[in-house]
Design a protein around this ligand. Structure first.
Ligand code: ADP
Ligand code: ZN
Length: 515
């Protein structure tokens, strides 16, 4: 049995720390007891030590299954720099190099061996050549198609437990929703794994969501008080990253684009410059960040809506790993929702993906504490409002919006539920554009009944009516707005509607996250 003293000596000697972060000590004890373990911890929570420290003290080699071949070398270099014998094995190596690794494992000279899931064919040879003490599955959510980053090669990992039942396994991920959690254990054949679920509450991250209009102006305003602070701007497309980086550069910002279309050397260079504070801003697709260990990222902006809350949470989690206050800002727009819907519909498992996107959308449109919504999604209930999100800092004022709602709902009714948001607003505001006139909508009795409310405010009110369940969007039918049964109560039974006052939401003003 490993003694506590040995554990703390190794923690200090190899990692330079005196104490554990929450759960690390308990997880490590459980590994030494020989249990299978499932670790759910947010990005930056300190998952690596949970298998790296046991690896050092266990008698044989720990296999680490990790999806990112590109980062294996960095991970291994980092470990070696700390005096830990580590290596990786993947298909990019020559046979001689691979043989060299097998020999070292046989001589018990390697404590941590990183293996790509695509290279499972080496596993049997490794087991027969040496003493394998532990199998760690990093980014374990990749095994589940319920998760947000499914990798087909991971599905073969179930084989490991069947073949080597007595070798303990530790699966680690930052993805925590319940369905994925269970799926991971089922697929890895570790139904009795001890589960360790760390708090996902990252109090040092402020949460801010704003309408995605005039995004560039909003970003430059945001950057004003942030000279030399490192940050990441996540975009949906490669082109977005390049356009935005170029625009920022033309304004004198130190920004670079990063996406999977760049060469490996270029990507490595950009990552390293970022880690070493040689470039300040990375405009990136979600390809950027996994496995990057930079503790002083001070802010993360989502230029586009992420496709689900897991991805969003993981990406904002790259800010403030050092625990210091850091800002996050998400722009939401209907154009993004619609595009993401198309992606979700054409990808696999589309019903689940659409439902997840819906949660993302509800989060971004919410008028209650965002952290509450986010944490409850991950199964963690907090009773108090957080005080560090835009809704808490700037709570909406509610007003009796019954008349406003009636105007909107009756317009949708008169349009026979055949038009999307934009047309509904045009009719409410009495716009004389060709679309309206061609369809003869100027004849409707509700044409122009609400000119006093601006286009943008109407958009906000309609979103609220959607959130409140009076209206739904027919995603499969050109995003036409339809009335739900609740709407009838407002139209015909005088039910009151409470709306948040949005007329004061001035989106061009200086951002409030900056303090
Ligand atoms: P994760 O894999 O969960 O995203 P990491 O294992 O990369 O997180 O750890 C995140 C950061 O926290 C790293 O910089 C790591 O060195 C640091 N860290 C981990 N454990 C501790 C600890 N016990 N004390 C101080 N810092 C720690
Ligand atoms: Zn809050």
């Amino acid at each position: 049995m490993v003694e506590e003293k040995q554990i703390f000596t190794a923690l200090k000697e190899y990692f330079g720390y005196d104490t554990f972060r929450p759960l690390q000590g308990k997880i490590i004890d459980s590994v030494f007891e020989g249990n299978d373990n499932l670790v759910i911890m947010p990005t930056g929570g300190g998952k690596s030590i949970c298998f790296q420290l046991p690896a050092i003290l266990l008698p044989g080699t720990t296999l680490v299954i990790s999806p990112l071949i590109a980062l294996m070398k960095d991970q291994v270099d980092g470990l070696q720099a700390n005096g830990i014998s580590a290596a990786f094995l993947n298909s990019s190596q020559t046979e001689a190099e691979q043989q060299g690794i097998f020999d070292k494992v046989a001589k018990n000279e390697i404590k941590l061996l990183y293996v790509a899931p695509e290279s499972l064919q080496y596993i049997d040879a490794l087991f027969s050549s040496g003493n394998i003490s532990l199998i760690a599955i990093d980014e374990a959510h990749c095994i589940s198609s319920w998760g947000h980053d499914f990798r087909p090669a991971y599905t073969q990992l179930g084989y490991l437990k069947n073949r080597y039942p007595s070798t303990p396994m530790i699966a680690l991920t930052a993805t925590a929703d319940k369905a994925t959690r269970k799926d991971i254990c089922d697929q890895l054949n570790i139904p009795n794994a001890k589960r360790h679920i760390a708090s996902f509450d990252r109090k040092n991250l402020s949460l801010d969501v704003r309408p995605g209009t005039k995004k560039f102006e909003q970003i430059t305003a945001f950057l004003k008080g942030r000279k030399n602070e490192s940050g990441i701007i996540y975009c949906l497309s490669r082109k977005n990253t390049e356009d935005l980086a170029a625009k920022l550069q033309s304004k004198g910002y130190d920004a670079e684009a990063y996406h999977a279309g760049l060469s490996h050397t270029e990507r490595t260079r950009i990552q390293e410059d970022f880690i070493n504070d040689k470039n300040q801003i990375i405009c990136a697709t979600i390809a950027f960040g996994m496995g990057i260990d930079k503790s002083n990222v001070r802010w993360v902006i989502h230029f586009n809506l992420p496709k689900n809350l897991e991805g969003y949470y993981q990406e904002i989690g790259r800010a403030g790993r050092d625990g210091l206050p850091s800002s996050t800002l998400l722009f939401h727009s209907y154009a993004d929702v619609i595009q993401l819907q198309k992606f979700a519909e054409t990808g696999g498992n589309s019903q689940v993906q659409l439902a997840k996107l819906d949660r993302m959308k509800q989060y971004s449109e919410a008028l209650s504490c965002r952290r509450k919504i986010l944490l409850s999604y991950f199964g963690e209930l907090i009773t108090e409002d957080c005080g560090n999100c835009d809704v808490c800092k700037n709570p909406p004022e509610f007003f009796d919006g019954t008349i406003t709602a009636q105007k909107a709902l009756s317009t949708i009714f008169r349009l026979k539920e055949q038009e999307p948001i934009s047309m509904v607003i045009d009719v409410l505001r009495g716009a004389h554009n060709s679309n309206v006139l061609e369809k003869g909508y100027q004849q409707l009795s509700t044409f122009g009944i609400a000119k006093d409310i601006s286009w943008r405010d109407w958009q906000q009110y309609l979103i609220q009516l959607i959130n409140l369940g009076y209206v739904e969007i027919a995603f499969h039918d050109q995003n036409k707005l339809r009335l739900t049964s609740l709407a009838k109560k407002v139209l015909f039974e005088k039910e009151k509607v409470r709306l948040a006052d949005v007329s004061h939401v001035e989106i061009t003003k200086e951002p409030q996250v900056a303090e």
